[in-house]
Design a binder for this molecule. Sequence first.
Ligand SMILES: [Zn+2]
Length: 192
Amino acid sequence: MTVLTEVLEANQAYAAAFGEKGSLALPPARQFAILTCMDARLDPAQYAGLKEGDAHVIRNAGGRASDDAIRSLVISYKLLGTKEWFVIHHTDCGMEFFTNSVIGSLLANSLETAVLRSDGFTDIGEGPGSEEGKYIHWLTIENQTQSVVEDVQRIRRHPLVPSNIPIYGYLYDVRSGRLIEVPEATTAGVAR
Ligand SMILES: [Zn+2]
């Protein structure tokens, strides 16, 4: 069972109606960037009203301001002209349901997919696993609001981020589709 055929069919239909999109410019037309979670329920194009060519969307597990996310944001402004940034985490994020030590143990046990039970992730796979997971900082989330504040602060304080880029902090509510401001984050991200 694979989704390959479905994806390629969908792409054929998309490309068939591609039209003017083939002449879009490389820099994002609306000059902003969003850092958000990879969660499948989040569609930044829908929740933020984007079309092709509008904005940069940087996604990872949790929407965290990792070194690699900051690398992308720096390129986004320095080479491609974005002027405003959003950090958008969300309710019910999978990154709240484990810790560095939990995922390290799960991976040490096996490389198969764990199951999420009411008391957290449980490994049901057969080994061998790998100890390598114990050496990665997984950037898990203890508190949704606090993680937005921390990430906006981390970006704000980064030496390669200019002070005139405002950074807005929001939580996306997966039950309502609404963006909810985290005022402490937006304050931390204010442009100077
Ligand atoms: Zn998430």
